[in-house]
Ligand binder design. Structure first.
Ligand SMILES: Nc1ncnc2c1ncn2[C@@H]1O[C@H](COP(=O)(O)OP(=O)(O)OP(=O)(O)O)[C@@H](O)[C@H]1O
Length: 354
């Protein structure tokens, strides 16, 4: 059995009589929760426990991971891999998981782009004496961009894939969607990425348009069959989805980014920087989970006493940090067993999400 001591304290208390979780669970319109923070602080455990709690409170819920390490499978102690919707056994209402492998998503996108246009268009252009435009297209280096992706591109493509899925009928049932996001650095880069993608994809699309009007003029002279512009369409759809992701991240009515941290000076400092950058990007943040707090004990060993004192200092630091002090603080204890499987996640969820 799990034993714990728990304190959920609010620095900025939510509206009188309304608990943190009441606010999160109310309403049947779709809401997104994104959990982010430094590696290893407990994002996956908190995300999975929130998803279990939503499902146990009547919300058909989807929990998404774009982490190549497949930590959701480990956390739920069930095989949730495969890149498609997988039901999670245990909760009262439907809970599904979706694990997207970012590297695989980029590879799929690259293959599709290559097959549908990349080299195909170039060969066609060469054959028609339009090598110059083909070279220009080559200079845009889409292949290279996908071979050596800039930081965050994998996650961006993976998240855009999730957004694409969410448009499908089978996903319409979900009223709560919980993202177990990538670690801090990647998350930040991802948030600034859509602007970059927007610019580079826009450039590619313009050139594609130029080429297709040139080729259709030539084709109409020689009576050749018109080929599709699938790669262009694909890029356009990726661009549209990236814009959607950016809007979704910033929509305070439907989305909340929850920062997860641990009580160490390093983690708190990083969380403070994370909140500052999220604010700059207009991403709505209301809550900060401080996870793995040592519970008090009557018979304290010297190590525990020292450790707890250290943790208290970090908590005080949060209280006086200009970035973090305005957030609702949720303290979660370090429990004495590893949190794996639905019963353990329910246990953690009942502690964290009150
Ligand atoms: N409050 C807690 N008490 C005890 N163990 C915990 C607690 N929170 C998390 N853990 C354990 O810590 C480990 C890391 O947790 P988790 O995988 O949730 O972190 P993460 O931030 O998602 O990590 P990563 O960034 O590597 O994906 C796991 O073994 C988990 O069971």
């Amino acid at each position: 059995m799990y034993t714990t001591f728990l304190a959920v304290r609010s620095v900025a208390t939510p509206a009188e009589g309304v608990s943190v979780f009441d606010e999160m669970v109310s309403g049947t319109e779709r809401k997104y929760y994104m959990l982010g923070g430094k590696g290893g602080v407990g994002k996956t455990s908190c995300a999975a426990s929130l998803a279990v709690k939503f499902a146990n409170n009547g919300h058909p819920t989807l929990v998404v991971s774009t982490d190549p390490a497949h930590s959701l499978s480990d956390s739920f102690a069930q095989d949730l891999t495969g890149g498609t919707l997988v039901p999670v056994e245990g909760p009262d209402s439907p809970l599904f998981a979706l694990e997207i492998n970012p590297e695989k998503a980029r590879e799929e996108f690259r293959t599709a782009t290559k097959n549908n246009g990349g080299t195909g268009v170039k060969d066609l252009m060469d054959g028609m004496g339009l090598g110059l435009i083909a070279e220009q297209l080559g200079e845009l280096k889409l292949g290279e961009l996908l071979d050596t992706p800039p930081p965050g591109l994998d996650e961006a493509i993976a998240i855009s894939k999730v957004i694409q899925f969410l448009e499908l009928q089978e996903y319409s049932m979900f009223t709560r969607i919980v993202f177990d996001t990538a670690p801090t650095g990647h998350t930040l880069r991802l948030l600034s990425l859509p602007d970059f993608l927007d610019a580079s994809i826009g450039k590619i699309l313009k050139l594609k348009q130029k080429i297709s009007s040139a080729t259709s003029a030539i084709k109409s002279v020689f009576g050749q069959e018109q080929t599709g512009n699938d790669a262009g369409d694909k890029l356009e759809r990726l661009r549209e989805r990236m814009v959607k992701v950016r809007e979704l991240f910033r929509d305070a009515d439907s989305t909340e980014f929850v920062i997860v941290t641990i009580p160490t000076v390093m983690a708190v400092s990083e969380s403070s920087r994370l909140h500052a950058s999220l604010k700059k990007e207009n991403v709505p943040v209301k809550r900060l989970i401080v996870n793995q707090i040592l519970p008090p004990s009557a018979s304290d060993c010297k190590f525990c006493a020292m450790k707890r004192k250290d943790q208290m200092r970090s908590l005080d630091m949060i209280g006086s940090d200009p970035e973090l002090s305005s957030l609702t603080l949720i303290q979660a204890p370090l429990v004495d067993v590893e949190i794996r499987g639905v019963p353990a996640l329910k246990f953690l969820g009942d502690i964290v999400w009150k």
